[in-house]
Design a protein around this ligand. Structure first.
Ligand code: C5P
Length: 232
């Protein structure tokens, strides 16, 4: 898969989601379904969006004992999602078990990426709450390397970390990066942001864009702008 823009469909109902996707008419953007929408509507929302012809990143960030994650991944795999994720903090063994569960009988599987440290976790809370005393950048790169060792396809990370992740884990290891804003747009609650053009220059493979598209007056035009800045 080449570079692409993934729209974060952070809606709480199928109705809102379809009203949004209907605006795109013939176009079929790659979409991200997160916990909010999945817990509100269940797996049927995945089947329906898939039936409409979209590729899907199912962002459920699994983290449990290896056996439970393996079995849950088998369920997600049968939903025919294209990309899903888990927490690298679950250990290399959990990530390996996830890959096993995700692999279908014919050998195919959705792409699997890891969350390293959430961007809401800063170095202070990591030290105080989690008793992890290394610098946060080192922890992020270590978790990315663990994901690579386990055989995963990439990580979710800040666009600011994408270049370093590629240096450590290789150019083919995917970096999927949220925290993207237009140069003339609102930043909202994101702290460290990059424009689609900057994310492209630093080597992100996929950008995840929510409000700059979902809250735009013309979401289709905002999406096209992301594509022209990031992909074309
Ligand atoms: O609206 P906005 O563009 O900020 O949406 C970004 C999306 O990426 C949201 O779905 C958010 O939950 C997700 N995300 C993030 N930062 C992370 C991981 C996920 O913003 N570190």
């Amino acid at each position: 898969m080449g570079k692409d823009v993934i729209i974060a469909c952070d809606f709480s109902s199928a109705e809102q989601t379809f009203a949004f996707l209907d605006k795109f008419q013939g176009r079929k953007p790659f979409v991200k379904i997160g916990m909010e929408l999945f817990y509100a509507e269940g797996p049927q929302i995945v089947r329906e969006i898939k039936k409409r012809g979209h590729r899907i990143f199912l962002d459920l960030k699994l983290h449990d004992i290896p056996n439970t994650v393996k079995k849950s991944m088998a369920v997600l795999s049968s939903l025919d999602v294209d990309l899903c994720n888990l927490h690298a903090a679950g250990t290399i063994r959990m990530m390996e078990a996830a890959l096993e569960g995700l692999t279908r009988p014919d050998g195919t599987r959705p792409l699997l990426i890891a969350v390293t440290q959430l961007t809401s976790t800063d170095e202070e809370s990591m030290k105080k709450d989690l008793l992890i005393n290394e610098p946060i950048d080192k922890v992020v790169m270590h978790y990315a390397h663990n994901a690579k060792l386990a055989g995963l396809d990439g990580v979710v990370c800040s666009p600011l970390e994408a270049g370093k992740v590629h240096e450590i884990c290789g150019r083919d290891f995917l970096t999927v990066t949220p925290g993207v804003r237009f140069a003339d747009g609102e930043i909202g609650d994101q702290k460290r942001v990059m424009t689609p053009e900057q994310a492209k220059a630093i080597g992100s493979d996929y950008i995840v864009v929510g409000r700059p598209i979902t809250a735009a007056e013309d979401p289709v035009a905002a999406y096209e702008r992301c594509i022209s800045e990031f992909v074309d």
